[in-house]
Ligand binder design. Structure first.
Ligand code: NDP
Ligand code: MG
Length: 384
């Protein structure tokens, strides 16, 4: 029996993780958290009986306590950052799935590692901003960081059994998103509704926008650097519009290993939960007799400049990836509220990166101060 805790159980990755747990009797849910969706949390409590649940505001926690008063055995409801930390480090869990969105995941992920929990990592923003803290800490605590992001799971699967064989290059595949093939003039005309229509994957809103700007791929380049200990120059983004090849690894002898499959996030989630084993997964399979084509293109970094900024940020290092990520989080929230235009997402990131004085090797507190600095910098430039 494996005991699982989830940060962000009401989201896209969170609900798919619960689906995997639902279909496997040897997985047991012990703790969950969400932002504010207490209606879905109530349903999850009644179905899975976790012993601990965290929501962000205390008023929502109070409401949820009232709603589940009849549930036995009783479930403890907690709130705020302390609540997230309690879920992350709950004594009964073996693994924490980090399916929360954004830098809010940094402190809980660190708390879980300190408590000796393996991490099924979906929350890439945490690794982008604090990879230099997370990876050495995980090593020190003998904790596994198991990638849930499909590309990184693919790379992880390609590396399985390679026992120290060096990676020559990572070929990180990208669908190219809904605006693949567009030029800068076309991007001036795109709307929120257009950006929310991803061609291959159904995901949370923030990552769907990140895919349309290709900032998601930039964050994934940084995520890959930390997970697989490679230099940014060794990571090449390849557009693979059908999202069938989930990523590839080229070894020193020129051999390329790839992982293929239909786009279904339950596979990488399940692989993280059962690693190193594979178990049956009910779902669509690749049918090579009907598959018409698998094609490749080079990404256009002049048009999708957010991807270029991510390469720049990781090459500069220190607090710069935090600036990239925080500016993107801020800008995407504004874009989702229809306050800014699509291309302003790039402008906000670029402006902050230009203004920033880099802090080498930032602590968690410095990372969070940098996030605050980014928000203030954008507000003083755009709102004054
Ligand atoms: P969603 O937006 O669908 O879900 C986010 C989850 O985080 C929800 O459960 C939400 O709760 C919770 N949350 C939001 N704010 C807070 C808060 N203040 N405190 C506690 N919990 C909070 O996101 P996704 O599932 O799409 O993505 C999650 C992470 O996984 C992201 O980092 C993303 O980049 C990554 N990822 C996602 C993929 C996908 O297919 N979706 C693929 C690869 C990576 P509530 O519902 O109450 O708001
Ligand atoms: Mg991905």
């Amino acid at each position: 029996m494996k005991n699982v805790a989830i940060l962000g159980s009401t989201g896209s990755i969170g609900t798919q993780t619960l689906d995997v747990i639902r279909h496997n009797n040897d997985l047991n849910l012990v703790a969950i958290s969400a932002g504010s969706n207490i209606t879905m949390l109530e349903e999850q409590i009644r179905e899975f009986h976790p012993r601990l649940v965290a929501v962000w505001s205390e008023s929502n926690a109070e409401q949820l306590r009232g709603r589940i008063a009849d549930v036995t055995p009783a479930c403890k409801i907690v709130s705020g950052m302390d609540g997230l930390l309690e879920v992350a480090a709950i004594a009964e869990s073996d693994i924490l799935i980090t399916a929360v969105v954004g830098m809010i995941g940094i402190k809980p992920t660190i708390a879980a590692i300190n408590a000796g929990k393996d991490i099924g990592l979906a929350n890439k923003e945490t690794l982008v901003t604090a990879g230099h803290i997370i990876m050495p800490l995980a090593k020190e605590k003998n904790v596994s960081i198991l990638p849930v992001d499909s590309e990184h799971s693919a790379i992880f699967q390609c590396l399985n059994g390679e026992r120290g064989n060096k990676i020559h290059k990572i070929l990180l595949t990208a669908s190219g998103g809904p605006f693949r093939g567009m030029n800068r003039k076309d991007l001036e005309l795109v709307t929120l509704d257009m950006a929310l229509k991803h061609p291959n994957w159904s995901m949370g809103k923030k990552i769907t926008i990140d895919s349309s700007t290709m900032v998601n791929k930039g964050l994934e380049v940084i995520e890959a650097k930390w997970l697989f200990d490679v230099e940014p120059e060794q990571i090449e983004v390849v557009i693979q519009p059908q999202s069938i090849i989930h990523s590839m690894v080229e070894f020193e002898d020129g051999a390329v290993m790839a992982q293929l499959g239909t786009p279904d996030m339950r596979l990488p989630i399940q692989y993280a939960l059962y690693y190193p084993n594979r178990i049956f997964l009910d779902g669509r399979r690749l049918d090579f007799s009907t598959l018409s084509e698998i094609t490749f293109q080079k990404p256009d970094l002049d048009v999708f400049s957010g991807l270029q900024y991510a390469y720049d940020a990781i090459k500069i290092g220190g607090s710069m990836p935090t600036v990239l990520n925080a500016a993107n989080e801020y800008a995407v929230a504004k874009f989702l509220n229809k306050k800014i235009h699509f291309l302003e997402i790039y402008k906000m990131i670029h402006f902050c990166m230009e203004q920033h004085s880099v802090i080498d090797n930032p602590t968690v507190e410095q990372i969070l101060e940098t996030e605050k600095w980014v928000y203030e910098t954008i507000e003083s430039r755009w709102n004054s």
